[in-house]
Design a protein around this ligand. Structure first.
Ligand code: HEM
Length: 314
């Protein structure tokens, strides 16, 4: 793998050149909505990690759902990526941030590969479309960049932001009070189950139906996710966002996240926040995945740009 580090401003510039620049909005996951929730950790969570998130006391959580991409006006009755970003507000001012996605794998395994992929998709100014030969050449040399798109193509349009699994994609270490370290990959699974729409049902929905749907479901008090951890075994790959753990690994429930309200103006507490997945609590540690380490800086660059432009949400 090409482990060359990449300047974070180059990554954000490449996003803007390929996906468009929408002033005031996140350069990725632009179309979104902010909610509040509450997390209650389980005994299994406490056994694996000393993080105060698992104490069993209710912890307030900022939740942001979004549609993949840079366009804040993207339609959401189509297939593709949805996101669930979280900030656990822990006792003593500690925070735990994460940005989870609706696929078990990401679209690149290193920042250099990410940059190459995004650059290969850059529209030609004359045709306003990507050059298919360039796209193909890069994907042929980097076949793992196609895995995520293939997953989305295999899945229906989600019925709701709240009827999808959201994966953390990276491995993390859970460290308990005795100092035992257990690596795993997490997935938030909706308590009410995964649900998709037929293509006809999806077409009949409006282009922003996910937003009204979320408000309705949270008003009805229906939205909850189990925070599940798949436990890695010796020899499992822990450094790749494009390689899931092998099938059948033991899965434990670390606790349950319940949504309590949706921000009336969609932006709410999420507007001036970025979700940096390396902002971890004591008791949870990063793996050596180069994609995990590569996220904090471009997120800060994107935050800086949108704050400078005047942050917007819908
Ligand atoms: C080097 C690789 C990556 C780059 C350059 C990148 C870039 C970005 C940027 C610029 C944002 C907007 C940040 C903001 O303005 O607050 C963002 C958001 C996001 N990214 Fe990434 N990303 C990378 C890797 C990943 C990976 C591996 C995942 C997989 C879980 C991911 C999931 C998300 C999610 C869920 C959001 C939306 C967070 C929110 O609601 O604020 N990203 N990304």
């Amino acid at each position: 793998a090409d482990m060359t580090p990449v300047d974070p401003t180059r990554l954000v510039d490449a996003f803007e050149a390929t996906n468009g620049k929408f002033e005031g909005y996140r350069r990725s996951g632009a179309k979104g909505i902010c909610a509040m929730g509450e997390f209650i950790g389980s005994a299994d969570g406490r056994a694996l990690s000393s993080a105060s998130a698992f104490s069993g006391q209710a912890v307030p959580v900022i939740v942001r759902y979004s549609v993949g991409g840079a366009n804040p006006k993207a339609t959401d009755n189509t297939r593709g990526q949805r996101n669930m970003a979280l900030q656990f507000n822990l006792p003593g001012g500690e925070v735990w941030q994460m940005g989870n996605i609706s696929s078990p794998v990401f679209g690149a395994s290193t920042p250099a590969q990410m940059l190459g992929r995004v650059e290969s998709l850059r529209p030609d100014p004359a045709t306003k479309a990507a050059d298919p030969a360039k796209v193909k050449a890069f994907a042929d040399a980097n076949p793992e960049v196609l895995l995520q798109g293939r997953y989305f193509a295999s899945q229906p349009v989600p019925a709701s932001f709240t009827t999808l699994n959201y994966w953390g994609v990276h491995a993390f270490a859970f460290v308990n009070a005795k100092g035992d370290r257990q690596f795993g990959k997490w997935v938030f699974e909706p308590v009410g189950g995964v649900m998709g729409l037929s293509d006809d049902e999806a077409k009949a929905k409006g282009p922003s139906f996910l937003f009204d749907d979320l408000r309705q479901r949270v008003r009805d008090g229906q939205v909850a996710f189990n925070f599940n951890l798949e436990l890695a075994q010796a020899g499992d790959r822990l450094d790749s966002a494009t390689v899931p753990l092998p099938e059948g690994r033991r899965k434990v429930t670390l606790g349950t996240l319940r949504l309590t309200s949706v921000s009336p103006d969609a932006g709410g507490a999420c507007l001036d926040l970025t979700f940096n997945p390396t902002a971890l609590p004591k008791g949870v540690e990063p793996s050596a995945d180069p994609m995990l380490a590569a996220r904090a800086a471009p997120y800060a660059v994107s935050l800086g740009r949108r704050l400078g432009e005047g942050s917007k949400q819908q």
